[in-house]
Design a protein around this ligand. Structure first.
Ligand code: FAD
Length: 405
């Protein structure tokens, strides 16, 4: 059956950006008809524990949902889950789902996030043993598979590869081999001193490390996954976790002819797309950076929540420029960090170490700080944001002392 009368608000995607938008709409408009459509069968849930807390029992499956079904109902947010929206007709303002349902909207938010990049694999056995990690169902599949293997290979030097290699190495009976293209995991962010600290933590956990290994091909050889690398010997494993990034789910935006930029949907400072009735938020939105005004697309939790909230408010008529500088957090074993702004290991200005095991890393050029990474230093992110927005210099002792105290 189709919904003939238009919904005031439709949100496609049921991730954190969608959830934050729904909440923000409700704060401004408690009567508008609001519908959230999600391809997964789950209500909005936390993804970060899929690569860390769930493996170490710091987080339980029951802790994942952002809100319960009763909460959403109480808020007057209708949800339709487990059905992919496959068509967006922006002229008619309609959406069509894979199950053939048609929804009409007045205002639409695209919060479709991303999918894990997948290798192209034709061999069925190989496909069964190569895993990606984006959704709860990916986690469940990996968790089950990891119980019946002993030698596991992780490829990818980004945060996901780094986290899942650490998490898997803490599972009973699993030997983890971890390959990445750089000198260390997250070498594009970490200065040498942190790279060293992280490498030594993996060594301590008996993870076999393969730095400077760039994956070329995967194949199925003698009952094992075989990974071939440029200029290095192949590595075999019972199972492989392929953690080589994600790509935005842009199909609906493309169908609607929306302007795209930097792998996302181009939106203005109020998160509105090139179509006046469509907004975008989360991993899929490319918006003007609040500090530098250059197009910015981030794949971080805080960014999803903040852009979702701003888009929801804007959809409900409270348009204001998006000013939040997003933060990225990660945990590798017991090492945790938060990063704000542009943190590029080629542009490190200074590494300050207030005490053993803690560090504040400043990035930028000519003493002008454009990014700060807080290594095991907490509750300073707002001070970092304020300093970067005010274009503070590394020579500003008041600011740097605040961060390093
Ligand atoms: C394992 C893992 C660990 C992470 N850890 C961290 C971390 O420690 N720190 C951090 O800052 N970030 C982390 N992230 C990143 C963070 O989770 C993402 O940035 C965030 O989830 C993005 O939110 P989103 O709402 O934009 O998209 P998503 O969370 O991807 O949600 C989008 C939803 O839309 C649905 N959808 C897509 N297309 C359609 C369609 N056509 N019809 C219906 N539904 C659709 C998708 O199925 C999905 O459920 C992690 C991500 C993963 C996968």
């Amino acid at each position: 059956m189709n919904d003939i009368s238009p919904w005031d608000y439709v949100i496609v995607g049921a991730g954190p950006a969608a959830a934050a938008a729904a909440m923000a709409i409700r704060e401004s408009d408690d009567g508008g008809r609001l519908l959230m459509l999600g391809a997964e069968t789950e209500l909005p849930y936390q993804r970060p524990p899929l690569s860390k807390g769930l493996w170490t029992n710091k987080v339980a499956l029951d802790d994942l949902p952002l809100r319960s079904a009763a909460d959403w109902e109480h808020l007057g947010v209708q949800t339709r889950l487990g059905d992919v929206v496959v068509k967006l007709d922006a002229a008619a303002k309609t959406l069509t789902s894979a199950a053939g349902k048609i929804y009409r909207y007045e205002r639409l938010l695209l919060a479709t996030g991303g999918r894990a990049r997948q290798p192209e694999l034709t061999n069925t056995e190989l496909r069964e043993r190569v895993h990606v990690l984006r959704s709860l169902s990916d986690y469940r599949r990996l968790r089950t598979a990891a119980q019946s293997v002993s030698r596991l290979l992780v490829v990818g030097g980004g945060f996901l590869g780094a986290e899942i290699a650490a998490a898997l190495s803490q599972q009973e009976g699993l030997k983890v081999h971890y390959a990445f293209a750089g000198d260390a995991p997250l070498a594009h962010i970490f200065p040498p001193v942190l790279q060293k600290a992280v490498l030594s933590r993996y060594h301590q956990a008996r993870v076999l490390l393969y730095p400077r290994h760039r994956l070329e091909t995967l194949s199925w050889k003698e009952g094992h996954v075989r990974a071939d690398f440029r200029e290095h010997a192949p590595i075999a494993g019972d199972l492989l976790v392929y953690a080589l990034g994600m790509e935005g789910q842009l199909e609906l935006a493309q169908q609607a002819g929306l302007a795209l930029d930097k792998g996302g949907i181009a939106v203005n400072a109020e998160l509105r797309s090139s179509d006046a009735h469509i907004w975008a938020a989360g991993d899929v939105a490319t918006y003007p950076d609040p500090v530098w005004q250059t197009p910015c697309r981030l794949e971080h939790w805080d960014n999803a929540e903040a852009t979702g909230k701003a888009a929801g408010r804007a959809m409900a008529g409270r348009e204001e420029p998006f000013r939040h500088q997003s933060l990225f957090f990660s945990d590798i074993f017991d090492l945790g960090f938060e990063a704000v702004g542009r943190c590029d290991s080629r542009r490190v200005l200074r590494v300050a170490s207030p005490e053993e095991g803690k560090a504040v890393i400043y990035y930028g050029s000519d003493d002008r700080v454009e990014g700060v990474l807080l290594w095991n230093v907490w509750e300073k992110a707002d001070a970092v944001r304020a300093g970067i927005a005010a274009r503070r210099s590394l020579k500003d002792p008041y600011w740097t002392e605040t961060l390093e105290r």
